[in-house]
Design a protein around this ligand. Sequence first.
Ligand code: NAP
Length: 468
Amino acid sequence: MTQIGTPDNPLRVAIVGAGPAGFYSAEHILKDGDLHAQVDLFDRLPTPFGLVRGGVAPDHPKIKSVIRVYEKTAARDGFRFFGNVKVGHDIEVGDLERLYHAIVYTVGCESDRRLGIPGEELAGSHAATAFVGWYNAHPDYAEEKFDLSCERAVVIGNGNVAMDVARMLALTDNELRQTDTADHAIEALDRSQIREIVVLGRRGPAQAAFTNPEIKELGELEGADVIVDPAEVELDPASRAFIESDEADKTSRVNVEILDEFAQREPAGKGKRIALRFLRSPVEIVGDGKVEKIVIGRNELTDEGGTLRPRDSGDREELDCGLVLRSVGYTGIPIEGVPFDERRGLILNEGGRVLDSHDAGHRVGHYTAGWIKRGPSGVIGTNKKCAQETVVHLLADAGSGVLLDPESADPAAVDDLLRERGIRFVSFDDWKAIDQAEVGRGEPHGRPRVKFVRVEEMLEALGEKVSG
Ligand code: NAP
């Protein structure tokens, strides 16, 4: 057995998905100076950084500054980026098996979870993921249309994505024009007639999934008052006992305090209102061809095995609205040929080692990290530790020689294969040129960048520089 990771036989790893988990995996592999390794990071988009570019809200530029860390990884010896290459379409998993010792899937969770209520499919009812992709200039959502001509929008869910979309609907034109929000979204939001954004949490303030800065921010907007009914944030005895116990985390405690403070506020009469409702679930979305109203059920909390869960009280109320954004979490999409846990919406794995089935062992050479490994939870930094666990296993397997046996160890074989197939792949230098072009478009307007929305525009910005 030839040792893997030596100058003569460098460890060759393909990472699929250039979001945080992909970059952290690359970093963990490449940072060890003693190991000779080559990492090729593939992404179906010409642009790297996954949700940092396509998910993080445009008015949160500080969160995006983590890109500097990924740029350092990209500058390491042995790193290559192959953007605009879709695994399962332009290159198959079988091709990667012939070219690398190991494959790490870091594709994230690209789809939305469903509510399963009548009317969910009506025009005007959208997954928040689509709205997020649209305002962030993600090419998949370039053609989405959101009817913002109604007076009231309803956001379903109590996580940070719900906070993001509620806030984006409430930002003033002045606030929006300082960001890298897609131009099409700035124009549409500027014309928006929405005056009230109602956010429905199915449980109470003590169980909300959002974090402190995100809820606090809703109370600090230039153009919107935050409205909370004191009766709805009054804790039931079980939630009160939880919040006062050692079990409660600080985030939940502070969330409750912030919401109590919101409930005591008098509206300042700003142009828009964000109404935060609790113990309320959508029961049905109603309309003739498009969303006209939503039927809401009141919940009570009941203890199920130590967790307070919502139970329908039977009480109903109706709210007129023209837009519904469903923000109840993301789920993964299977990759052809990679074992998938349908129930959990993840790649079947144990500590990042892909499993052939629930009962079978590790599929040699296949690994996963990030949301598609553990589910859509945590902040960007959570993926660092998650990727580390996976890479520790990968390197241990490399040490024992239990990896794939690539037919070709020549890095140029990848470029040749893609060129043969007519794939216009985008290198990291190409990306830097796209990046500069976007920043240049933003400068005259005092914006961080004006994003390209379509893949063709990105490739055109490269002119002669396109590889392939
Ligand atoms: P999330 O945090 O899991 O929140 C999902 C929300 O949907 C929960 O409030 C959940 O309520 C609710 N929900 C689920 N099923 C529902 C149903 N059938 N009816 C009504 N409500 C339902 O997911 P997310 O907001 O999509 O965020 C994903 C991850 O990205 C999170 O870890 C989040 O913190 C992170 N993120 C962070 C930031 C930031 O740091 N600024 C921004 C965006 C996203 P239950 O609790 O009752 O299940």
